[in-house]
Design a protein around this ligand. Structure first.
Ligand SMILES: CCCCC/C=C\C/C=C\C/C=C\C/C=C\C/C=C\CCCCC(=O)SCCNC(=O)CCNC(=O)[C@H](O)C(C)(C)COP(=O)(O)OP(=O)(O)OC[C@H]1O[C@@H](n2cnc3c(N)ncnc32)[C@H](O)[C@@H]1OP(=O)(O)O
Ligand SMILES: Cc1cc2nc3c(=O)[nH]c(=O)nc-3n(C[C@H](O)[C@H](O)[C@H](O)COP(=O)(O)OP(=O)(O)OC[C@H]3O[C@@H](n4cnc5c(N)ncnc54)[C@H](O)[C@@H]3O)c2cc1C
Length: 661
């Protein structure tokens, strides 16, 4: 599609684009993280879009379960080959966003890339990396990350799979003692992978040392048949991601060499002596890494959904605002703006906090190399909180975008249902959100109780700022609003701590008191993480060196985000005195003004996300706004439309209709 050729474009969209008052390319660079990144993303996307191998012969929704898997595996393999062939080399971690949309419904190699390789990088010592890293990067072996079991996903310490060391032959014996110990869920495990990283309880010298990672060959490298002592299969259809082969795995006293335990952090020596790690949660490192990645992935899902919903809202006309006048664009309804525009604001919130989290992760990783684990708990808390809020915000945002598109949003061809199922899974995987938020709460209560002790953790230093509890502000700058978020979080933490203490003083054990307060604790974790996101948003926009137009748009979006979230949880702001009822009423009014200010820029802002039609894959969100023709053309692809009268009519309907004659 030639974006300069207005003649092919829907007239509403032409008019919308003419209202643009900022430099779209500049905003695109901010979204990508710099001009070079934009160029790199476009180069990769061009490479993919122009390749006919990525086309589906028929829409995936009409394929059988086997064909969906096979078709996606074909494209995934081609993608890996293509990226590996590039002369300039590649860094999938940096480029992973460019691939969004090319593989449509969960691909069988995703966990190989996003967890198996990172597990080798983060958990294997240098000799082990030498043995397995190159082979996995060259796709000579394909792996997954097998942790979750039928009986335990959340509670990693409760895993049942055993790895028992036998010093006589220097081997571990992997065993699945019960049905509930069956590994269940790992992506690509069913049919694709021939290796995997297994998390199993380590037993040596008669003691259990908890869950540790082991690399295990599952299938013969020549025949791809599963090895003796190993039972493998696929777990069946899911809400979404059905082109992946999420699998199950059982071990029957399967032996692996001692050196297959990933030994970067802890070791089992030849005689069975256990050498403990610097920090006993380092074996959870792969999960933490992926949680950081998920924040960025969620921002991309939301970019897709909001691009579709905004363009469609500009093209779609319905009902009337002024009686008797032509039907307006649905984007002119304030309620529609309230659905769509806060989601645009949310995209930037997620982008900026993902970047900030990535920086913290890099510095913690660098410190870890020097043996310093001091900031690991803070990274665990931040990555848990941001993974939880980004996945729940994005899932809700995508669903709101679907609702904003009315009936057509329910069609598969809008690409909103698949975007939703591909986002909501992130609420559950890589640590179920409630559970992760309770980890954040645990860290908050602990930090609150150790006020005065220097920990170096900056994200919770505000908990020591007791004076702010009394200082409600009368100013309404963005900074002042961020202060209100801080006050709300601080006051919730103080309330939860006091409630916990009171229950303990009344004789309850701490863990019972914890469970009894856990709804409030969840609120603390959400408020703390929201404060973090708001603070990063405000700081990033404030310090941005950008043209006036771009800066204005981002300032308005940031302000909208702050006010939107205040209004959603206004009770907490009132309760702690950070804001008064009058303040809230004023802010609610301002939110409507902001919607009106941003309304004319909405299409141009989503244009700045720069998602090619081929990747957006949506009849409703296409660049040219030719929505109705596309909907019609897609409907014609239904196999039911191959014949006027389907066979099922003769088999079932005709006998029914004639039965009473
Ligand atoms: C070519 C190169 C390729 C490179 C590619 C590179 C990178 C890719 C990167 C990203 C990919 C990008 C995007 C990804 C997008 C999509 C992802 C695709 C696929 C994902 C598929 C999903 C896979 C999975 O789901 S795997 C299974 C995940 N499972 C879980 O997450 C389980 C959740 N449970 C837990 O984590 C734990 O059980 C727990 C809830 C944390 C509790 O643990 P427990 O041991 O019981 O601890 P306890 O509560 O008692 O606390 C004790 C103490 O420990 C602290 N703690 C806990 N965890 C950590 C940690 N990780 N680090 C530090 N500290 C930790 C805790 O706070 C307590 O501290 P204290 O006592 O209070 O002081
Ligand atoms: C699409 C998808 C892909 C996946 N891919 C992989 C993979 O590649 N590898 C892998 O190993 N796993 C994978 N998983 C598994 C995933 O990591 C787990 O499903 C997830 O960690 C949640 O664990 P669970 O299913 O045991 O849920 P449960 O823990 O049983 O959760 C059920 C409910 O119990 C609540 N609950 C549990 N514990 C607590 C608590 N302590 N306090 C309060 N409430 C609690 C939860 O909040 C939730 O409401 C995948 C899952 C999905 C859906």
């Amino acid at each position: 599609m030639d974006k300069n050729n207005e003649r092919e474009c829907n007239e509403d969209l032409i008019r919308e684009r003419r209202k643009c008052n900022f430099n779209i390319e500049e905003l695109t660079n901010i979204v990508d993280g710099g001009k070079a990144r934009t160029a790199r993303r476009r180069e990769i996307q061009r490479l993919l879009i122009n390749d006919p191998e990525f086309l589906d012969e028929i829409p995936q929704d009409y394929m059988s379960h086997e064909d969906r898997y096979s078709n996606e595996l074909r494209k995934s393999a081609h993608l890996m080959q293509k990226l590996a062939d590039q002369e300039s080399g590649h860094d999938i971690h940096q480029d992973i966003g460019a691939l969004t949309g090319i593989l449509k419904d969960g691909n069988p190699l995703m966990v190989h890339l996003s967890m198996f390789i990172p597990a080798i990088l983060g958990q294997a010592n240098s000799e082990q990396q030498e043995k397995w890293l190159g082979r996995s990067l060259r796709n000579e072996i394909i792996g997954t990350y097998a942790q979750t079991e039928l009986g335990h996903g959340t509670f990693v310490r409760g895993l049942e799979t055993r790895a028992t060391y036998d010093p006589t032959v220097e081997e571990f014996v992997l065993h699945t003692p019960t049905i509930t110990a069956t590994k269940w869920w790992p992506g690509g495990l069913g049919k694709t992978c021939n290796y995997c990283v297994v998390m199993a309880q380590l037993y040596t010298q008669g003691r259990c040392y908890g869950p540790h990672p082991f690399i295990v060959q599952l299938r013969d490298e020549e025949t791809h048949r599963s090895l003796p002592g190993i039972t493998l299969g696929e777990i069946g259809p899911r809400l979404g991601l059905n082109s992946n082969d999420n699998g199950f795995l059982k071990f029957e006293n399967h032996r692996i060499p001692r050196t297959n335990m990933l030994m970067k952090h802890s070791q089992v020596l030849k005689d069975g002596t256990y050498v403990k790690p610097l920090h006993n949660k380092l074996s959870y490192g792969t999960m933490m890494l992926v949680r950081v990645g998920i924040v960025g992935a969620c921002s991309r899902s939301l970019q897709y959904a909001v691009t579709i919903a905004t363009r469609y809202s500009a093209v779609r006309h319905q009902s009337e605002i002024v009686p008797g006048q032509p039907e307006p664009q649905i984007l002119d309804y304030q309620t529609q703006q309230y659905k769509v525009i806060p989601q645009i604001a949310s995209v930037f919130a997620l982008i900026f906090s993902a970047r900030s989290l990535s920086k913290i992760q890099s510095s913690v990783t660098a410190k870890l190399k020097d043996g310093n684990t001091d900031l690991l708990p803070e990274l665990h808390s931040l990555s848990s909180g941001l993974k939880a809020l980004s996945s729940s915000d994005a899932s809700w945002g995508v669903e709101v975008c679907r609702l904003a598109c009315g009936g057509h949003g329910y069609l598969a061809s809008s690409n909103l249902p698949r975007t939703y199922t591909g986002t909501t899974c992130a609420i559950t995987y890589e640590g179920e959100n409630t559970v992760l938020l309770l980890q954040v709460a645990r860290y908050l209560i602990k930090s609150y109780r150790s006020i005065g002790k220097e920990t170096g953790a900056s994200s919770v230093s505000y908990l020591a700022d007791q004076t702010s509890l009394a200082s409600s502000s009368s100013s309404f700058s963005n900074k002042a609003l961020v202060q209100a978020f801080k006050l709300s979080a601080l006051s919730l933490v103080a309330e939860a701590e006091a409630r916990l203490q009171k229950l303990c003083d009344m004789g309850q054990e701490f863990y019972h008191a914890w469970n009894y307060c856990s709804v409030l604790l969840l609120k603390c974790a959400e408020a703390h993480t929201r404060y973090y996101i708001c603070e990063k948003y405000e700081q990033t926009v404030d310090s941005l060196k950008a043209s006036e137009g771009v800066k204005n748009v981002l300032q308005s979006l940031c302000r909208l985000y702050l006010i939107y979230h205040i209004t959603l949880t206004h009770g907490d702001f009132l309760k702690c005195g950070a804001l008064t009822p009058r303040n809230i009423a004023v802010l609610e009014g301002e939110m409507c003004d902001l919607l009106a200010v941003l309304r004319p820029q909405a299409v141009s802002i989503v244009d700045a996300f720069d998602i090619p039609d081929e990747l957006l894959g949506s009849t409703l969100g296409c660049w040219d706004g030719n929505v109705y023709q596309r909907l019609y053309d897609e409907a014609l692809k239904s196999p039911l439309n191959k014949t006027d009268v389907p066979d099922a009519y003769y088999k079932y309907l005709l006998p029914l209709m004639k039965s009473s004659l």
